[in-house]
Design a protein around this ligand. Sequence first.
Ligand code: AMP
Ligand code: MG
Length: 410
Amino acid sequence: MPSGPISVDTHLADILAQVRPLSAYPQPLLEAVGLPVAEDVLSPRSVPIFDNSAMDGYAVRYADVASATTDSPVSLPVTGDIHAGAPSAHPLSPGTSMRIMTGAPVPMGADSVVPVEWTDAGVTQVQVRRAPTLGEHVRPIGDDVTKGDVLVRAGDMLDPRRIGLLASVGIDQVVVPPRPRVVVMSTGAELVEPGRALHPGAIFESNSFLLTAAVRATGAVAYRARSTSDDPAAFLEALEDQLVRADLVITSGGVSKGTRDVVKMALRSEPAMQFRQVAMQPGKPQGFGFVGSDRTPLFALPGNPVSTYVSFEVFVAPALRRLIGRSPVSRPLFRARLTEAVQSAPGKRQYLRGQFIADQDGTRVTPVGGAGSHLLAGLGAANALIVLREDRSDVPAGESVPVMLLDREF
Ligand code: AMP
Ligand code: MG
């Protein structure tokens, strides 16, 4: 029985319900950047690990220098030098000082540090001209992190700041999922690799470049396969070859209603593949399912470049985030004021290319590029998708609309 198009939300929910996260395992810290940790990470120790100096100066007993002023400096013998990485061999005796560098261990017996700027910088004897407060310029044990503190929680993304934090407590490995390996395949007898000569009727193959770059921008690994012709057997053979290195496959083209819709012809009879019409513009024909003995998820995206890209952002990128256990999986929607009126097809969710600007006057978005889903120049000029819900048709200038920002992984 023919059924009507299905909503974007339903299609996405169906996909997410079937995609299982990859198993996490311990990986070196720098391999984990941009991945979510699979479990809470507790600090194995307190940091600072020992009391250390926050300044270059002199380690002292507060009681010895409490009265120091410019007019009435306190003079103390200097009994040694303490450098970072080299603790003092002896404790500080009352009535003496030791020269100390930033990060060096504060010796036993000292409780405060006088910055060199508050002294005459003496080498064997120092004149202290200003008193610190008790404990001043000493970075005490555990000031930063206490042993057992939760440093990052399960699901937190490992950004450079968190990587630095983990390293600072001595952690060198962290449990994260592997980066999904994604194979990108394009189909079409008309496609020629950029850099090659065009023959009559040929166009340059661009989708696999766009998709490969988009996959990498999510932090996943992408392999770009050469495009295949419109022969289903050749496509299936190429797919079979690629499956060994794929946690997920993306194809573009060959899923609509033409007479040579190769992906659809090749995969239509696969029991775990579904080809659907989704109530969206662009991107109506969508295929999703599982192929091969490992049940590898496969997205069969429409061939028009803008449709392919929008489909990637709306369906594939969320699935990639699910594979690594991220939540939420979809880009957040921000709001921006429309600078021009736009139209949206009623009953469909519309994704318009837009230029988003945030400045002192607030946020606004200007539609760029025409309606055609072959118009890559508009896509190149866009940094956002304007998202118009199914119940919208004419949207006036000045209205605040939801936008998806495309520039970086959130
Ligand atoms: P299809 O869905 O295969 O009928 O393709 C729809 C439109 O997108 C056609 O104009 C194709 O030439 C174009 N197209 C399909 N695949 C690609 C590709 N990989 N690169 C650039 N354009 C493509
Ligand atoms: Mg085609």
